[in-house]
Design a protein around this ligand. Structure first.
Ligand SMILES: [Zn+2]
Length: 433
């Protein structure tokens, strides 16, 4: 088999130079060897990308691959296949697995198993505190040595400000950034949804806006004073966007992301979608969606990360208050973002690729990824910008079918995924397992 791949006639999306141009891409030995017009190489496997967009591979900073004791919800193989199907060449997985990723052994074994599967680039986060208990710091230096790229207690927040402040200082020695889920669990209490009309009609307890905003404000202060590098994930409120904007003005080392569901669904959708729309943070108001889009448009929010949270259907059935929080979306995140942002004129294709590839690569310090240039790793995603297909949840590669977007007609689907020079998805299909 040839190690050469030639992608011909495509429109190249080059976020580093901010240009779109027609050219061919020759991949050799896992690297982008040449970009030019009219490349001829009879020994290469060819892909005709006429009418398609060819860009650096998408990188998702927030996925849950479950695995281990929750492999019935998702395992490393199904999660990796969902990533490939979704056009993601690299993902950052969260540590709130069972058991959690809080020791070097857990991180090493995850990376070893990922190497054995050999599909995607996987970057693990490690827990900020042992067992995500919010009480005891983990061994940041050893975790980094084992391969952890960031620290997170995702699913929870670190309520103890003194501990988080020490953690910020301690992690700075090792250059480890944080990815924080901002939710004051005391304010959130037993809340289920945004405390609006739907909560009132359905008699559900609310998770106030302040559950996110107050802890975000606190952590922004701690971050600014400590100089730590902190990324705030899945923002959901208008004031959260304002806070990020203000602290960026103060030169805090911060960044933020938004999920596709917080851009496309709002609190009233819980009335029609039911348990499938139960997620943390909860779906908010239309005015929050507008503020999130404004934040993306003006550069306050520089990342898109999908918070892929697969569950078994049994976990999502029955009484709303008992159903699990979370939405499975890795298979369809790209066209969802296209609908929310490109179709609405919030960003263009080049900006979308910055938000989903160039910026996440920079966050992770991956100098050979996030750009479509000669000499870079051959991680590429090819997107069909025009053809509309329906979301078919029963065709997901992910085991998680808990997705409220079933049946939505969308455009902007990844059609080819190339990772390390290997064609992992062709014409929207993966080879059988
Ligand atoms: Zn979270």
């Amino acid at each position: 088999m040839t190690d050469r791949l030639l992608i011909q006639n495509g429109t190249l999306v080059q976020p580093s130079s901010g240009t779109l141009r027609e050219a061919d891409v020759l991949i050799k030995g896992g690297v982008i060897a040449r970009i030019d017009r009219g490349i001829f190489d009879p020994s290469a496997q060819c892909i005709d990308a006429a009418g398609l967009l060819v860009g650096p591979g998408f990188i998702n900073l927030h996925v849950h691959f479950r695995d281990l004791e929750e492999a019935h919800k998702e395992n490393l193989l199904s999660g990796s296949r969902a990533a490939v199907k979704g056009g993601f060449t690299s993902v950052v997985c969260m540590p709130n697995t069972r058991p959690p990723l809080d020791t070097p052994v857990m991180i090493r074994s995850l990376l070893e198993r990922n190497r054995a599967i050999g599909l995607i680039n996987l970057y693990p986060t490690a827990a900020v505190t042992t067992g995500l208990n919010g009480l005891t710091m983990t061994e940041y230096g050893l975790l980094k040595e084992a391969g952890a790229v960031a620290l997170s207690d995702d699913g929870c927040c670190v309520l103890d400000a003194a501990l988080l402040s020490r953690a910020f200082q301690y992690a700075s020695y090792f250059g480890l950034p944080f990815i924080l889920h901002e939710e004051d669990t005391l304010l959130a209490g037993e809340g289920q949804v945004h405390p609006g009309e739907t909560a009132f009609v359905k008699g559900l307890r609310g998770i106030p806006l302040t559950a996110e905003e107050s802890i975000l404000a606190r952590d922004l202060v701690l971050c600014l004073r400590s100089g730590a590098r902190v990324h705030f994930t899945h923002l959901s409120t208008d004031l959260s966007v304002d806070l990020i904007r203000w602290f960026r003005g103060k030169k805090a080392r911060i960044s933020a992301d938004v999920t596709p569901h917080h851009l496309l669904l709002h609190e009233e959708d819980v009335g029609t979608l039911g348990n499938l729309a139960k997620v943390k943070p909860p779906l908010r108001r239309l005015s929050d969606i507008e503020a999130l889009k404004e934040g993306i448009h003006d550069g306050t929010i520089e990342y898109l990360a999908s918070d892929h949270a697969p569950h078994a259907l049994a976990d999502k059935e029955g009484d709303f208050s008992r159903a699990a929080f979370g939405i499975s979306n890795l298979d369809v995140a790209v066209p969802l973002y296209v609908k929310a942002l490109v179709d609405e004129g919030v960003v263009d294709w080049i900006q979308l690729w910055r938000l989903m590839s160039a910026n996440p690569a920079a966050f992770l310090g991956l100098r050979k990824k996030g750009a479509l240039e000669e000499g870079m790793d051959a991680d590429l995603t090819v997107v069909d910008p025009d053809t509309e297909w329906e979301v078919k949840v029963d065709r997901f590669e992910s085991k998680g079918r808990n997705c409220p977007f079933d049946g939505w007609p969308l455009r902007g689907w990844p059609v080819y995924t190339v990772i390390g020079g290997r064609l992992m998805m062709s014409k929207r299909s993966l080879p059988d397992q």
